[in-house]
Design a binder for this molecule. Sequence first.
Ligand SMILES: Nc1nc2c(ncn2[C@@H]2O[C@H](COP(=O)(O)OP(=O)(O)OP(=O)(O)O)[C@@H](O)[C@H]2O)c(=O)[nH]1
Ligand SMILES: [Mg+2]
Length: 462
Amino acid sequence: MTNNVQTTDQTPEHMALEGLKAKILGSIGLLKGKREVDEETVRELTRTLRRALLEADFNVRQAKELTERIERRLLEEEARPGVKLQTHAMNLIYTELVRLLGPAREIRPHNETVLMVGLYGQGKTTTTAKIAEWWRKHHGVKVAVIEADVHRPGAYEQLKQLLEDTPVEVYGEPNQKDAVKIVRNGIKAVGTADVLIIDTAGRDSLDDDLREELVKIAEIANATERFLVIDAQVGQAAGPVAQTFHELVGVTGTIVTKLDGTARGGGALSAVATTGAPIVFVGEGERVQDLEKFESDRFISRLLGMGDIKGLIDLAPEDLDQEEAIRLTQRLMSGRFTLTDMYTQMEMMSRIGTVDRILSHLPDGMFGMGSMSAGQKKQMQANLAKYRVIMDSMTQEEKDEPILLKSQRIRRIARGSGTSEKDVKELLNQWNRSRKMMRGMKGDRKMRKQMQSMMDFEDLEL
Ligand SMILES: Nc1nc2c(ncn2[C@@H]2O[C@H](COP(=O)(O)OP(=O)(O)OP(=O)(O)O)[C@@H](O)[C@H]2O)c(=O)[nH]1
Ligand SMILES: [Mg+2]
């Protein structure tokens, strides 16, 4: 069976990432057709995995620790009933990779001075604007930026333009050749803002001049955060680059840009592995608003080509039954949507613990709601109880084809379930609304793709 990896332009870096993914899948393939794990296979699997990680620029210690944990868990933990060994192994690897990247780092933007560093063209200037606007908008703080790149022509104009529709103050001196002076003047001019972000120049590689300039700026700015900006496509080179900047300014956070492109961001893994500085934000487009807070789970599922929905399902195994979710998705894809499907869908939704978090992973409307308050969740659980009772009074045929339900049957069902006709109609209305929404989703190409990749993964022939 074909695996639904979207074909992309094959830059060497991207190939490296595809390579990692293929090798991880390959190592899992050793479990194919097996009903139980045996030590020999697990050992072979982890050996293959370790080799793959090393080739993808993980450092030796990290690769060793990671594979040892996976080996131990494979031997000790049983797959849940009905879950294939291969899927089980994939889930373990996924969780361990997420653990490696660590939880998101929460930064309260207050009294911060942030220095943006990175090589040429990685997205420093764009990200400077993005973060400024993000913090202003989400935290209601006063943010100012200083353009300290004296090498790229028009850098000040670029930053000013990016932020022109925002109240963020932009400081720059387009004709000044001394970056250190700009920073000094800038701090005097706009330093009263809650947050100050300083954009710096980039080069192909770090030469002595730039090193000196950066160190001086860092000294004068006395920056509380030093963010390294890395293009997701950098791949293998990210580790050494990160190392250099880290020695220079002490990197405290990583920003991965251009994740909207073809790359899957594996380079960022090695950067984070090298500096230990967690990813704070990811850039997903050229516009100022194309910024997202980083979530390791999402990132890894992307790296492994699992698709966001799959990542979501692995995330909350207690809350959400994976098999059930996959079955439901398959049915939705087939275009059929019965009352039982709707019930399952609502039930899954109401069981999800951290609704907000999960909704942020989902394409709009996946489960029929934009976001749900605690009150709405309670309401839904109450509705579910009522629907259960009503549906118990229906025949299988009625549940499969609710369209059959005309007034006489509605009366019968209401009586049989001890509810009112109004209650039964309400259930049918709910079904109608959900069904229409599902139809809309079926036409949505992005959604289809995500569902497809989720199912492909489940049935992956390795
Ligand atoms: N698609 C996409 N493009 C991005 C993203 N971030 C930046 N870019 C684009 O990448 C190019 C370089 O971005 P800049 O912000 O100028 O990069 P820089 O690091 O400041 O570059 P120099 O100042 O020349 O070193 C621009 O065309 C940006 O629009 C992103 O997240 N997604
Ligand atoms: Mg720039």
